[in-house]
Design a protein around this ligand. Structure first.
Ligand code: TXA
Ligand code: MG
Length: 332
């Protein structure tokens, strides 16, 4: 029997089952190209309340609504500026969330009472098929407990929220591995609220103009950015982000050169022979595979026996911006 056909039909029944549960107001974990989401029917306030509850997320922190395609945008947002349409047409399906003026039909619990709404069309074949089968919008934050590391595999979701969850759609490991770029696009002057794999220069290229540079908390627009807490994406163990030389000092080599610190390390350097305790993960200096492996590695470093986590700083380059953002929050 043709294996790909078999896999496809198995997935079809899983997708139908997931859509059925969502229509009943149940929650389903969904794969996306960025991280796994904890999805609920965006028009069902009770189901949404359960999402906040399971995540332990403050009610002031709004959820992103996932759509099957750009044509659905008018059901969820109003007074959409031309810049938003340009970005959506270029980047959707993909790792871009647009913050737009909320349509009055969007339940206020989804947007945490704000007059704006976050929308995105994810680029994952299983979740796109689910969205089409479901026929509406799915509100989905990352499927982790509030402030913890986002899941990039079905196993991560299971180990963190498994007992509380009705169903997990397994779509394999997430291709990109860090959350979508969020762009505030309520007027013609877009602002990046969360860095992601789509960088500022790509957005500027599509729009044919430079974006205003605003740092969190210094925006000239009055916008609440609840997910910009300094401490986020954090493991349980204390995490230090260090230059290579400082990292080797922190490993406390004794007079014979043996490293005595009981630490878990993620570094670009090869594991030295003198490193005996803990886990050592060696990374390539390429931001794409680095991002894809980042959260799985943070989980592994958190679970390994060492007392703390030491991470070698990535290069100070634009291509590493989103990774710097996540690492510095994990270290905070
Ligand atoms: O890649 C992603 O965006 C993943 C996948 C599952 O789509 N989702 C995700 O959701 O990262 P979450 O809830 O973990 O992060 C969404 C961020 C939060 O920081 C939230 O505050 C912000 O988006 N957000 C959502 N709606 C907003 C709004 N109307 N205004 C400002 N920020 C908003
Ligand atoms: Mg999250």
């Amino acid at each position: 029997m043709n294996r790909s056909f078999e896999t496809h039909s198995e997935k079809t029944s899983e997708i139908q089952h997931a859509a059925h549960l969502l229509r009943q107001g149940k929650l389903v974990a969904i794969p996306t190209e960025t991280v796994y989401g904890l999805a609920a029917d965006a028009k069902n306030p009770q189901a949404i309340a359960e999402v906040y509850d399971i995540k332990g997320r403050p009610p002031t922190n709004p959820l992103i609504i996932h759509l099957s395609d750009i044509a659905a945008i008018d059901d969820w947002a109003i007074r959409i500026p031309e810049t938003a349409i340009q970005l959506a047409e270029h980047f959707w399906p993909g790792p871009l969330t647009l913050i737009l003026n909320r349509h009055p039909n969007v339940p206020k619990i989804v947007t945490a009472n704000q007059d704006t709404v976050g929308l995105r069309v994810p680029q994952h074949p299983i979740t796109l098929a689910l969205l089409r089968e479901f026929g509406g919008g799915l509100a989905a934050p990352s499927a982790n407990r509030y402030g913890c590391i986002s899941p990039t595999s079905a196993d991560h979701v299971k180990s963190e929220l498994g007992e509380k969850l009705g169903y997990i759609l397994d779509g394999g490991p997430c291709r990109i591995g860090i959350e979508s770029t969020i762009v505030y696009c309520v007027d013609e002057e877009p602002v990046i609220l969360r860095k992601g794999s789509i960088g500022q220069s790509e957005i500027e290229e599509v729009l044919g103009k430079k974006l205003k540079n605003v740092r969190h908390g210094q925006a000239e627009i009055s916008v609440v950015v609840p997910g910009s807490d300094h401490k986020h994406y954090a493991p349980q163990k204390k995490l230090f982000l260090l230059e290579a030389a400082d990292l080797f000092v922190k490993l406390q080599p004794d007079s014979s050169g043996m490293m005595t610190a009981n630490a878990n390390v993620m570094s670009f350097s090869e594991k030295p022979k003198s490193f005996k305790n803990g886990l050592w993960i060696q990374m390539k200096k390429d931001p794409i595979p680095y991002a894809a492996a980042l959260y799985a590695n943070l989980r592994a470093l958190d679970q390994a026996p060492g007392d703390c986590i030491l991470i070698e700083q990535p290069p100070m380059q634009v291509a590493w911006e989103a990774i710097w953002d996540r690492l510095s929050r994990a270290a905070y």
